[in-house]
Write a protein that binds this ligand. Structure first.
Ligand code: SOE
Length: 391
């Protein structure tokens, strides 16, 4: 079977998740190409060599430009912070490499447009690009998409999406790259809100046409990270720097098909660890999902006897459910990492078939446009209506 030789840039959290997926996908799914974790790339030689050994990569490079120029690589997998996505992706596509790029696609609409244009040019030569909105690949959410596409919810009226984490609630948490605009583009909005927006557009099959938004930086200064380790020496007396991204985002939205949406993304939802929740209400029924119970999908069907109709929890662990026949006997649960494994499966199959993998860079650009509109709306205080309060 022909190999699909992968070169991956970055090896922190997402790099580890992707490494696991490149190794695991061919062990559980019958793939038309054999993914090969070939070359890992990072700037520091000792660190990338250690990471390559630990994560199971055959070789390593310290310069992504050298990686992209190698003729023994078919795919470039980008797992770096957002400020590098556009440059690496465009160079890789122009060099004829397929690209899988972590989300959000870019740090701005301008960059995302360049990337989408490069992906279109590349597609004409049979070279493919996809963006890593991994949650689309959870069986429960893939099932939700299937039910909505089958019309089981009827006309869609409401989308309610939240992505809630709490790892920034400690004011002494250090000022890491995710809190710096020049690296991350935005904060909770781009990191977490991007997932919620992508899922909302994917599940409903409708684009968001307008937003009204609020962004807030709740802790404006944080301890500077220790330059050597990249982690913090926290505590009193430590020098502090300015947080230049949002800590929390809230916005309302309209969808092209007439539904309205309410979105929230925050890293300050004390006690909520990774609660990506989405609920869709339609004229015939409703669906609700929470990542903290990712094997479950709640379904309310208005066709049921009104005396007993209620939200039912579907355990999405059966071989008839998306992706599940490749895993364990019926009823056995899967986890977060499986979303990345399914992403590799779908990406590899699309490449072998000469088809566009999804979500495409054009889909990533559609998300980026919503994020941009949210930032613009939040910055425009002219439409903010103050409420008289007691003093
Ligand atoms: C942030 O905490 C983060 O790791 C995101 O970057 C991921 O995209 C999300 O899946 C989990 O949370």
């Amino acid at each position: 079977m022909p190999a699909l030789r992968v070169g991956m840039v970055g090896y922190a959290f997402m790099g580890a998740a992707h490494s696991h997926a490149w190794h695991t996908a061919p062990r559980f799914f019958d793939l038309p190409l054999r993914p090969e974790p070939a070359v890992l790339c990072g700037r520091s030689e000792p660190s990338v060599r250690t990471a390559a050994e630990k994560l199971g990569w055959a070789d390593w490079e310290t310069d992504w430009k050298r990686l992209v120029a190698r003729d023994d690589i078919d795919v470039i997998d980008i797992c770096t912070p957002g400020d590098t996505h556009a440059e690496i992706a465009v160079a890789a596509l122009d060099a004829g490499k397929h690209v899988l790029c972590e989300k959000p696609l870019a740090n701005s609409v301008d960059e995302a447009e360049l990337m989408a244009a490069a992906a279109e040019r590349a597609a004409a030569r049979g070279v493919r690009a996809a963006v890593g909105f991994n949650y689309r690949r959870l069986p429960a959410l893939a099932l939700a998409r299937r039910l909505i596409a089958q019309g089981r919810l009827g006309t869609l009226h409401h989308v309610r999406a939240q992505y809630l984490q709490d790892w920034l609630v400690d004011p002494d948490f250090p000022l890491t790259w995710r809190l710096r605009r020049e690296k991350a583009g935005s904060g909770a909005l781009g990191d977490l809100g991007a997932h919620a927006v992508d899922l909302a557009q994917y599940l409903t099959g409708q684009q968001i046409t307008g937003v009204s938004a609020l962004l807030e930086t709740l802790v404006p200064e944080r301890p500077l990270p220790d330059a050597a380790s990249g982690l913090s020496a926290t505590g009193a007396g430590t020098a502090r720097g300015r947080v230049t991204v949002d800590d929390a985002a809230a916005f309302t939205a309209r969808f092209a098909g007439g539904a309205i949406g309410v979105f929230e993304a925050t890293r300050f939802a004390t006690g909520r660890k990774n609660a990506l929740r989405i609920e869709v209400n339609g004229s015939l029924g409703s669906l609700a999902f929470d990542l903290e119970s990712l094997n479950e999908l709640a379904f309310y069907d208005r066709a049921e006897d009104p005396d007993t109709a209620a939200f039912r929890t579907i355990l999405v662990t059966e071989p008839n459910h998306p992706y599940m026949s490749a895993w364990w006997p019926a009823g056995h649960l899967i986890g977060y990492e499986h979303s990345f494994t399914h992403q590799v499966k779908d990406f590899t199959e699309a490449i072998a078939a000469g088809e566009q993998p999804s979500p495409s860079f054009a889909d990533g650009l559609r998300v980026q446009r919503v994020l941009d509109a949210v930032a613009a709306s939040a910055a425009d205080r002219s439409v903010w209506t103050t409420v008289p309060i007691d003093h």
